[in-house]
Design a binder for this molecule. Structure first.
Ligand code: ATP
Ligand code: MG
Length: 474
């Protein structure tokens, strides 16, 4: 069940990628080579070499799976690629290493306590790889014989199946006959039947039948007739997260809650039982723990209670790698009046490795703009690219990236297939960036409704983002 859930989401991701373009849809990985050196421009990633390399090293530790309970903090000014790098890491991890991404403010908006929300996020980020042995029947179909009763209500039959070494006849009941006809199994097909679930799957046509033209389509796959025994034991491996095991076993909810996302609070006793069970499976060699990654974006939005909970959680043996991102300099820790670097308490900062992201150079910005244009299917005239790059320098990278699609709408209106400098200029006048908006507010003093703020709150709540151009604001 759970294995299907994971494959299901990856398909879903592919589909959405085709349909809509998100802010980070050009990011396909970290763009590192085998020695973890960042390539200049690869997998949609440009520049920010040190942070990317650090991210690659962290991934290496996760993939080796030996380190639990580490935390990394990406700190840097807005739009320097913190979220982008985290998404690049997610794509580099294998499909069965769990990666959970939450924005810190989600913790407050769910209908459960903050610590429960964090616990669920943590347990979602730990995978359990479970090995199971199932019995299968595998072979080439020699003959299927079906006897229908006069009314047609019941069917019985016989299936003759062979390998290169033996041949056996099985009795078929109605259910198996239906399963075989649903898969359109004919004599000459090589099939696998899972004995516990009764699921039939077709592997292909046997090479011996390659001259039977009438039973062939354009996509017919030919396979060898299997060797050895017809009944075999086979090992299947699937990965589920601890959270999925929790939900499936919480009797009030059942696994359907996984689809609804409405899992409610899960009792700590149940979690203890599951931890013990998983530990037993590990001892017996049936299961393996795969510590994954929990990414908490905008981590300064967590409050002091969440931070102290995280401190403890990181020391747990069953802890994922926690990656956080913050764009704050010195700012107030939520829930207190204490100011601290990045808005994180010092005891948590002491447990994390800090990776800083720096503002981009002009060449980097130009390349990122080009990548985004390709992604959004927009052609920029060469001088428009230069103008947009310098706009990004005077405003922000994000503002410049947002202008691309606006300028394209303007270019389309005059039926041009290329975006020109003039289109960019017009988009620039229609949409303000932050700096111009502040300027405009100053000019409008008195005509908009301004909220009066007392002097006390001004001093304590000045948690401004890091300025562009410096790493830390003290
Ligand atoms: N190195 C990079 N290569 C390619 N694209 C990038 C890179 N860095 C950032 N971008 C793109 O620039 C935009 C802004 O970056 P991002 O959202 O990652 O910034 P951030 O550091 O998370 O900012 P904030 O602190 O405001 O959340 C995104 O569209 C992102 O995909
Ligand atoms: Mg971000």
């Amino acid at each position: 069940m759970a294995a299907q859930i994971t494959t299901g989401t990856s398909e879903l991701r592919d589909i959405t990628k085709m349909e809509r373009i998100g802010a980070h849809s050009h990011i396909r990985g970290l763009g590192l080579d085998d020695r973890l050196e960042p390539r200049g421009n690869s997998q949609g990633m440009v520049g920010q070499a040190k942070a990317r390399k650090a991210a690659g090293m962290v991934l290496k530790m996760v993939q080796e799976g030996r380190i639990a309970g580490r935390a990394i903090l990406f700190a840097g000014p807005p739009s320097t690629g913190k979220t982008a790098i985290a998404l690049g890491m997610a794509q580099t991890l294998g499909s069965d290493v769990p990666f959970t991404m939450i924005a810190a403010s989600e913790v407050f908006s769910l209908s459960m306590s903050k610590t429960e929300a964090l616990t669920q996020a943590i347990r979602r980020s730990i995978g359990v790889r479970i090995k199971e042995e199932t019995e299968i029947i595998e072979g080439e179909v020699v003959e299927i014989q079906i006897d229908r009763s006069l009314t047609g209500a019941t069917k019985t039959g016989k299936l003759t199946i062979k390998t290169t070494d033996m041949e056996t006849i099985y009795d078929l009941g109605t259910k198996m006959i239906d399963a075989l006809s649903k898969e359109k199994v004919l004599a000459g097909d090589v099939i696998v039947i899972d004995k516990t679930s009764g699921k039939v799957s077709k592997l292909g046509r046997s090479f011996a039948r390659s001259r039977d033209y009438d039973a062939m389509g354009a996509d017919t796959k030919f396979v060898q007739c299997p060797e050895g025994e017809i009944q075999k034991r086979k090992e299947v491996v699937h990965t589920v997260s601890l959270h999925e095991i929790d939900v499936i076993n919480s009797r009030t909810q059942g696994f359907l809650a996984l689809f609804a996302g409405d899992t409610g609070e899960i009792k700590p006793e149940l979690r203890d039982q599951i931890n013990t069970k998983v530990a037993e499976w590990r001892e017996e060699g049936k299961a393996e723990i795969i510590p994954g990654v929990l990414f908490i974006d905008e981590v300064h939005m967590l409050d002091i209670e969440c931070f102290s909970f995280l401190n403890r959680a990181l020391e747990n043996e069953l802890s994922p790698l926690v990656i956080m991102a913050s764009n704050r300099g010195m700012s107030r820790i939520r829930g207190t009046n204490v100011r601290s670097p990045h808005g994180l308490p010092v005891d948590l900062l002491d447990r994390v490795l800090i990776v800083s992201t720096k503002p981009y150079t002009e060449e980097d910005i130009q390349q990122i703009i080009q990548i985004r244009c390709e992604e959004e299917d927009v052609t920029l005239a060469p001088d428009a690219l230069n103008v947009l790059t310098s706009m990004a320098g005077s405003t922000t990278l994000r503002y410049a990236l947002n202008l691309i699609s606006c300028a394209q709408v303007i270019a389309r209106k005059r039926k041009a297939d290329k975006v020109d400098v003039e289109d960019l200029r017009r988009a620039y006048t229609y949409f303000m960036d932050e700096k111009r908006s502040v300027q405009w507010l100053k000019e409008q003093q008195g005509s908009l409704v301004f909220e009066e703020i007392s002097a006390v709150t001004v001093t304590s709540a000045s948690d401004t983002p890091m300025p562009m151009g410096e790493a830390v604001d003290t």
